[in-house]
Ligand binder design. Structure first.
Ligand code: ZN
Length: 350
């Protein structure tokens, strides 16, 4: 009888130790997953034209904040939506834009595109854009994909986050049919990559409830986005001074189209930018609107919201839950053998 009690006591305590150790193991595995794989972010810089013209310190503050937060927010890419400057022939504005964007050099991959104010409306004026942000500036970067006719007015880059590989286009204001055909061919070369399109003019934001694209946006939708809705899941645009969004369901795929442009706010936009956070565990893309200049988040429903979406492949889902499943299986097996031992002890003591 005494032996039986001692055995039970031992079994109970050994069991507790195994369970507690397993819980710690699970917690540790999960926290490791959080650190390395649970999320990554891209930062969106909308129209900076008035900063480059009159408030350059606010633009500088944006990119300074980005590089200071690369690690904590796991920022894997920065995209500029065009209108880097207000007057494409004024070199001092390009110098200001260049000074701000250059902070990203060697720190985080980034892409730019020409908006209407960068010279697209008079094609000869694009020379300054391509002097400051031309093909040669980027062509040696490992993450740079290429450009239409090797001119950086239309370009693409690569980045990875979680278990997914991405391709992001930067397409000029009012692109030609040829540019969009080129972009289509690029997508066809990378059928496994999830694709984002950054461009200047796509969602028309004058009427928040209009849920409409601009004429240029409709053209790009028909020629490029809609035929590749299985890969293009996100379109980012500026140009119209507002915030707006459209989600289209195309052949079973969600295509989110977001407008953000703060240039009509005080001091040329008060430094507002967007943080797009991809949570690989929750299968969720969250949008936050933040100004490092004001150190404020804008949290109303057209500034902070979640895009529900499958952003991970099933194989990655399996990988992400393995750290939980393996310890559970271990606990079950160990528990089973403990029960057997208890039964044997019981039998022996009878
Ligand atoms: Zn514009």
């Amino acid at each position: 009888m005494k032996n039986n009690v001692t055995a039970r006591f031992l079994v109970l305590h050994l069991g507790s130790i195994v369970i507690i150790t397993s819980i710690f193991f699970i917690a540790d595995a999960q926290s490791n997953a959080i650190e390395s794989k649970e999320y990554f972010s891209i930062v969106v810089i909308p129209d900076t034209q008035y900063y480059s013209a009159n408030h350059s310190w606010i633009f500088e503050n944006q990119t300074k904040w980005i590089i200071e937060n690369i690690e904590s927010m796991n920022i894997v890419f920065v995209t500029h939506l065009g209108d880097l400057v207000d007057h494409p022939l004024r070199l001092e504005e390009w110098d200001n834009a260049n000074k701000s964007m250059s902070k990203l050099d060697d720190n985080v991959p980034f892409g730019v595109l020409p908006g209407n104010h960068d010279g697209v409306e008079n094609i000869n004026d694009l020379a300054n854009y391509n002097t400051y942000f031309g093909f040669d500036r980027f062509s040696n970067e490992s993450w740079y994909g290429g450009a239409y006719q090797n001119i950086n007015s239309n370009n693409y880059q690569f980045f990875s986050g979680g278990e997914d590989d991405f391709l992001i286009f930067h397409i000029q204001y009012n692109p030609s049919d040829d540019v969009l055909s080129w972009a289509s061919e690029v997508i066809d070369k990378y059928p496994r990559r999830r694709v984002i399109v950054s461009t200047h003019d796509f969602v028309h934001g004058y009427n928040y409830y209009s849920n409409s694209r601009s004429k240029i946006g409709d053209f790009m939708w028909d020629k490029l986005v809609k035929p590749h809705a299985d890969q293009i899941f996100l379109v980012l645009s500026g140009h119209y001074e507002n915030e707006d969004r459209i989600t289209s369901l195309e052949d079973g795929y969600f295509v989110h189209q977001l407008l953000s442009d703060y240039q009509s706010r005080p001091e040329g936009g008060n430094g507002w930018l967007r943080i797009i956070k991809f949570s690989t565990i929750d299968d969720e893309i969250s949008i936050k609107t933040y100004s490092p200049y004001l150190n404020q988040y804008e949290t109303d429903s057209n500034s902070q919201f979640i895009l529900d979406e499958k952003i991970t492949e099933s194989k990655f889902m399996l990988l992400s839950i393995l750290p939980v499943i393996i310890p559970l299986v271990v606990i079950l097996i160990v528990g089973y053998f403990f029960l057997r031992i208890i039964r044997k002890i019981k039998k022996a003591s009878v």
